[in-house]
Design a protein around this ligand. Structure first.
Ligand SMILES: Nc1ncnc2c1ncn2[C@@H]1O[C@H](COP(=O)(O)OP(=O)(O)OP(=O)(O)O)[C@@H](O)[C@H]1O
Length: 356
């Protein structure tokens, strides 16, 4: 909590709620003003009314984390075990003294929330893992793998690790700040799909990154548009992120991996995983970039499999004329050719053929 001279614009642009405290009454008079619930002019009037009393007003910085109510870890965490982070909170690596100042929430996933932070005028992305034991263990594996990959080669398609530490019982992983992800890019196109030239550029880099990962006998296990980010706004270079689900090739898992729309049939059927499961996801991503929407939108594992079989069997059985008569989207059928090549190099070749 800190004192400041109020300026209305400071409040007008808030996306989430903020709290006002009357210092003369030491926290007794708390007003939670929610922009979603009250029109902004009402909020402004209330602030004006408060100012007329010529009181010193302190503002608790805007909470970036959602939900924002304190529940666990002595009030430090919310109901999802996420650390509650406020604007300008300092996230410190106690060992090195590195201080990162929280600026904005970039995204939230299963394992934690990612914030844009600033240190010495440079931007970083910090993934703050939920305070859950299994997730802590998983995040340590993610750190170990990215360190291993970075050490082998600073591959341009793989995210780099900058720092990691424990802060208020949360594992924090510091990455370079990247640009938008492929899902956000599709959103920008109003889900109309990208040009073949752009898809080709993205896929080449994605396949090169996976080829490198697979050559070291690791499988990413969660390739999807949200985990492929451009390094900056020029939208030229991509990087693969989120190695939290990655596993070594020879380790058998007895639970479902991969996000449903990008899940390979052999995983749904319970067969042993190979690097080819990542290539299945690449095929799904390729189709999505072209079509603008996910090719197989199953509602369950079973439904996912039946959607895959439905489309693939059509590809086998029907010639182009029949496809046209049945009004099958020719874009969909064209992209299906990609699914038969699950070896990165051959897939790249096939893509060249398809996109010519
Ligand atoms: N380095 C980065 N720069 C910019 N944004 C990022 C960065 N890392 C992650 N993000 C954003 O945060 C989101 C969540 O990150 P991430 O996938 O690592 O979290 P997660 O908890 O492992 O998610 P999931 O539920 O997919 O496993 C991403 O989709 C992306 O939009």
């Amino acid at each position: 909590m800190f004192n400041l001279t109020l300026s209305f614009s400071q409040f007008g642009i808030q996306k989430t709620h903020f709290q006002l405290y009357d210092c003369q009454n030491e926290g007794l008079k708390s007003k939670q003003l929610q922009r979603d619930k009250q029109p902004i002019h009402l909020v402004t009037i209330k602030i004006r009314q408060l100012l007329q009393f010529n009181q010193t007003i302190s503002v608790i910085p805007r909470i970036l984390t959602q939900p924002s109510a304190a529940v666990y870890n002595d009030g430090l965490d919310n109901e999802n075990y996420d650390l509650i982070v406020r604007l300008d909170d300092v996230i410190i690596n106690e060992k090195t003294g590195n201080q990162y100042i929280a600026k904005e929430l970039l995204g939230a996933g299963t394992f934690g929330s990612v914030y844009r932070c600033v240190k010495n005028n440079s931007n970083f992305a910090i993934k703050i893992i939920k305070n859950i034991n299994a997730y802590n263990i998983q995040s340590m594996k993610e750190i170990k793998l990215i360190r291993f990959l970075n050490k082998k080669q600073e591959h341009e398609s793989i995210i780099k690790l900058i720092d990691y530490f424990l802060f208020k019982n949360h594992v924090c992983i510091v990455f370079p700040l990247l640009g938008f992800n492929l899902e956000e890019l599709l959103q920008e196109t109003k889900y109309q799909g990208l040009s073949l030239h752009m898809i080709k550029n993205i896929l080449k880099q994605l396949i090169a990154g996976l080829e490198f990962l697979h050559s070291l006998h690791w499988v990413h296990c969660d390739i999807k548009p949200e985990n492929i980010l451009f390094t900056d706004n020029t939208a030229k270079q991509i990087q693969i992120i989120d190695f939290g689900s990655a596993t070594e090739l020879n380790i058998n898992l007895y639970y479902y991996i991969q996000s449903l729309y990008y899940r390979a049939p052999e995983i749904i059927l319970g067969y042993k995983k190979t690097c080819a499961i990542d290539m299945w996801s690449v095929g799904c991503v390729a189709a999505q970039l072209y079509l603008g929407y996910p090719l197989f939108q199953g509602t369950s594992s079973f439904d996912q499999l039946s959607k895959i079989l439905g489309l693939i069997s059509m590809y086998f059985i029907m010639n182009h004329q029949i496809q046209y008569q049945l009004r099958i989207d020719p874009k969909q059928s064209k992209m299906l050719g990609l699914f038969y090549q699950r070896e990165p190099k051959l897939c790249a070749q096939k893509f060249e053929e398809v996109s010519e």
